[in-house]
Design a protein. Structure first.
Length: 721
């Protein structure tokens, strides 16, 4: 089931299936009672509403089943939480109450829509478009090996639906044409067999997208190895909840664990310093007097996290509630312990965020903080460093300030020239953070967060701007829980991230987001803009960082869990995904015309055997394909005269078919008419010759007859397939 690629299995699956069964069962009962079609849809919608109220009403419903205003007020909250989890989470997601609400609701509505299209409107081919989208989207969003069994089951279900609907129509026709009820169903079975055989034959030789587990780094889901060594064969870790987070800030902050400033050309190393006590190591943030500072408090509860480093917002100025022996490194305000563990800790962190204006940061130069090695470049690599510097100079040639140069780099990395990909670094042999890997990344322009962050940091250093890389967690997804009017966010193991920072005198370390399609690029508001700067430059763990509430921009959902691969636990769409999608769309466009050809040939064979019903229905459908209406109240003779007089049908051949259908309708099976198929072909040729080119093209590509419910011939028989 493709949906299980993006959402972990759980109670939601049984609930969604139960919703589908309940809706369809209600529709079946109403039809059995021979009520009008509109009543069927109304009853199904009522069952859906009652079921959603019982399942997710949270005790707000009247008598437990009737929604109240309080029930309705929960809907936008659940929807917002579900969409936030989709934006911020990584596949496979854990379906909490909000996401389960969205899935179950969508499953019920899809069942109602499909029931109406297939059973009421009797347009099964149209229904396959919606079902195909539901099947393909998860498969494309999370590339993986082709599931032959699942695809065959899906294809067989679609084809069975087409065959059963066709046979049902034929049985309801009552035309007396013996072959009419057999051939279309048999045709559907034949097409189905061919499709399944083709799927089995072709699918094994199609290139399967690589699994996310094939690209790795030294960052596991619920533990951090900050060396950023890449290329190890790690398995994708199981999704677990790492911690919960709430804050009184406008948006929850990013949580950092460690910074990396030392770079020897092969790998980044974590910053070292003399540990100090928590009481002595956290001084107030020092900025220029005219730079505004906002102070907030975040409360963090660790659920499943193993590391010497403690995840905290930046820049922290105080911690309360920690158990055990902990120290802080004053230079980067990180917290670590050699004896104690973060596991099970519940602590509060005070942090102060500088809020410079655009004018202030433009007037400030990037400068090296005391004791930092943030300008260090590897020795003996002059050629490689020179090439990277030339690229950086070219990108920033039109800028006049350090900040504008960094924004230009950020914009360049986030342009369409670069692609976010897990596969390219492995396939092309540059899955690392060394200079060779960075050079290859800049040439291939395809990689993931570590490549973007490393390249940005090195290019900044070649421009004499101090930089470092930060490893930490995204702020997670909101839950339904609130404490002290603060929404609790859940952070899972797949929400690791890495980003570069550059130091500005009088402001501090400023984060940037160069990773293409990930997060929100750093930006500052002009001092002339009115309103709160808090809403314009929210926290990402430092001065003027990307907004956590929107840090997982819609583009991030293009990526999936990197936990077996890059830090940010996001996988970009495999390049073969769009190819498969293009092929699927092309097949969907070709399928209606192909199905119409199969139908036509089957009817002509039956017409050649004397089946008047098949012959007449083929003429009616040909007229419909060419845009010629044929109302059910119009008799075959009246329609035949109109086709001859207005649309170019040959009179003699039309008379042959009209006479045959009238005899079949009134007198049962007709005698063999060897020229019936030839007469149909002649009528088709005449109609096509009179039609304009646009109608002929439409008839070939999107046959209208596939979307109509059929023509009621003389005697009340519905002759449709």
């Amino acid at each position: 089931m493709p949906l299980l690629r993006v959402i972990s299995g759980g109670a939601w699956l049984a609930t969604a299936l139960g919703m589908i069964v309940a809706v369809l069962a209600a529709g079946y009962v109403v039809r059995w009672l021979r009520r009008p079609a509109i009543i069927v849809s109304v009853v199904e919608a009522a069952v859906w509403l009652v079921a959603m109220t019982v399942l997710f009403g949270g005790g707000t419903a009247l008598l437990g089943v009737i929604p109240t205003p309080d029930t309705l007020r929960q809907v936008p909250l659940l929807m917002d939480a579900a969409l936030q989890q989709i934006r911020d989470g990584a596949a496979p997601l854990d379906a909490g109450p909000a996401l389960a609400f969205l899935i179950v609701a969508a499953a019920g509505l899809l069942a109602i829509a499909m029931d109406h299209v297939v059973v009421t409107a009797r347009m099964p081919l149209l229904a396959t478009v919606g079902l195909l989208a539901v099947y393909l989207i998860p498969s494309i969003a999370v590339p993986s090996g082709i599931d032959l069994v699942g695809f065959i089951a899906f294809a067989a279900a679609i084809l069975l639906m087409l065959a059963v609907e066709t046979a049902t129509r034929d049985r309801s026709s009552g035309s007396g044409a013996r072959g009419a009820s057999r051939v279309p169903a048999g045709t559907a079975a034949a097409v189905g067999t061919a499709a399944i055989v083709a799927a089995v034959a072709i699918a094994p030789v199609m290139p399967a997208p690589q699994s996310a587990g094939s690209t790795v780094i030294a960052v596991r889901g619920n533990t951090i190895d900050p060396s950023l060594e890449l290329g190890q064969d790690l398995r994708r870790p199981q999704e677990v909840e790492v911690l919960t987070l709430r804050s009184d800030a406008p948006a929850p902050p990013y949580l950092r664990a460690v910074t990396l400033s030392e770079y020897d050309g092969d790998e980044w190393e974590p910053d070292r310093g003399v540990p100090a006590t928590l009481e002595a190591g956290f001084d107030p943030v020092i900025v220029d007097p005219d730079v505004r500072v906002s102070e907030y408090t975040a409360t963090i509860e660790v659920r499943n996290f193993v590391s010497p480093w403690l995840p905290i917002p930046y820049p922290a100025v105080g911690i309360d509630g920690l158990d055990g022996e902990w120290s802080t490194i004053e230079q980067n305000r990180t917290v670590l312990s050699r004896q104690s563990s973060p596991q099970g800790q519940d602590y509060s962190v005070s942090y102060q965020v500088p809020r410079p204006t655009l004018e202030q940061i433009r007037e400030t130069d990037a400068s090296v903080p005391a004791g930092s090695r943030s300008l260090q470049l590897p020795e003996g690599e002059d050629e490689a460093i020179g090439a990277i510097r030339e690229t950086a100079l070219a990108v920033t040639a039109s800028t006049s300030t350090d900040y504008d140069a960094l924004v230009a780099l950020q914009r360049w990395f986030r342009s369409p020239d670069f692609e976010y990909s897990l596969v390219a670094p492995v396939n092309d042999g540059f899955d690392g953070s060394g200079l060779e890997a960075v050079q290859a990344f800049l040439e291939e322009r395809s990689g993931y967060c570590v490549h973007f962050a490393s390249a940005f940091a090195i290019m900044a250093r070649t421009l004499d701007m101090p930089s470092r890389i930060v490893v930490g967690y995204l702020p997670g997804a909101p839950t339904q829980e609130q404490i002290d009017r603060q929404t609790v966010h859940t952070v899972v193991s797949s929400q690791l991230h890495a980003w570069p920072e550059v130091h500005f005198a009088g402001i501090g370390w400023v984060p940037f987001e160069p990773t293409n399609s990930l997060g929100v690029p750093t930006g500052f508001a002009s001092g002339a803009v009115s309103g709160s700067a808090d809403s314009l430059t929210p926290d990402a763990g430092g001065a003027a960082s990307p907004a956590p509430s929107s840090s997982l921009a819609p583009g991030m959902t293009d990526g999936l869990d990197e936990s077996g691969a890059p830090l940010d636990s996001r996988v970009a769409i495999d390049p073969t995904g769009p190819v498969f999608l293009t092929i699927a769309i092309a097949l969907a466009l070709v399928l209606p015309g192909l199905w119409r050809v199969v139908r036509r040939r089957a009817r002509l064979r039956e017409a050649d055997a004397g089946d008047a019903a098949a012959a007449w229905q083929e003429i009616v459908d040909t007229a419909a394909d060419l845009g010629i209406s044929s109302p059910n109240g119009e008799s075959p003779r009246a329609l035949g005269r109109r086709l001859v007089a207005e649309h170019g049908a040959p009179a003699a051949e039309m008379g042959v078919v009209v006479g045959a259908i009238e005899r079949a309708s009134y007198a049962g099976a007709a005698d063999h008419a060897p020229d019936l198929a030839d007469a149909v072909r002649a009528v088709q040729s005449g109609l096509a010759a009179r039609a304009d080119r646009r109608d002929r093209l439409s008839a070939a590509v999107v046959p209208r007859s596939l979307l109509r419910r059929g023509y009621r011939a003389v005697g009340g028989a519905r002759q449709a397939r």
